[in-house]
Write a protein that binds this ligand. Structure first.
Ligand SMILES: [Zn+2]
Ligand SMILES: [Zn+2]
Length: 119
């Protein structure tokens, strides 16, 4: 691949925004990666910022979901304990079923939070 501006020069990088080949003279290193001089510099940097922000949102979502998952499991466990202690059969079955559903749901939420973290 040759430089977009200098046909006789080999490209050493590709602009992240417009995809043009760039030689040593034309390439600019921004926080987001290689870019050509001028318009693209800003765009590549902006894209990088956007990505960073997206990552932070992911981490926040993950933490919130982790808490929600734990909360649901704790609630489910409480239902289950009440269910085990309950002596009236229909109530006992109801509480145990609800407790089990809550715990499964909570574990599911918790697991999806861990998947978020790996992004
Ligand atoms: Zn460019
Ligand atoms: Zn060039």
């Amino acid at each position: 691949m040759k430089c977009f501006n200098h046909r006789d020069q080999d490209a050493i990088a590709i602009c992240k925004h417009c995809g043009k080949g760039l030689c040593q003279q034309c390439v600019v290193e921004t926080a987001g990666g290689a870019s050509c001089r001028g318009n693209c510099e800003e765009n590549v940097a902006a894209l990088h910022l956007l990505l960073l922000r997206g990552k932070k949102v992911y981490q926040k979502t993950s933490k919130a979901q982790l808490r929600t998952g734990i909360f649901i499991v704790v609630m489910g466990s409480a239902f289950l304990v009440f269910g085990v202690l309950e002596e009236i059969p229909p109530l006992k079955i109801g509480l145990c079923t609800m407790g089990t559903i809550f715990i499964i749901w909570g574990v599911f939420v918790w697991r999806s939070a861990r998947e978020f973290k790996q992004v």
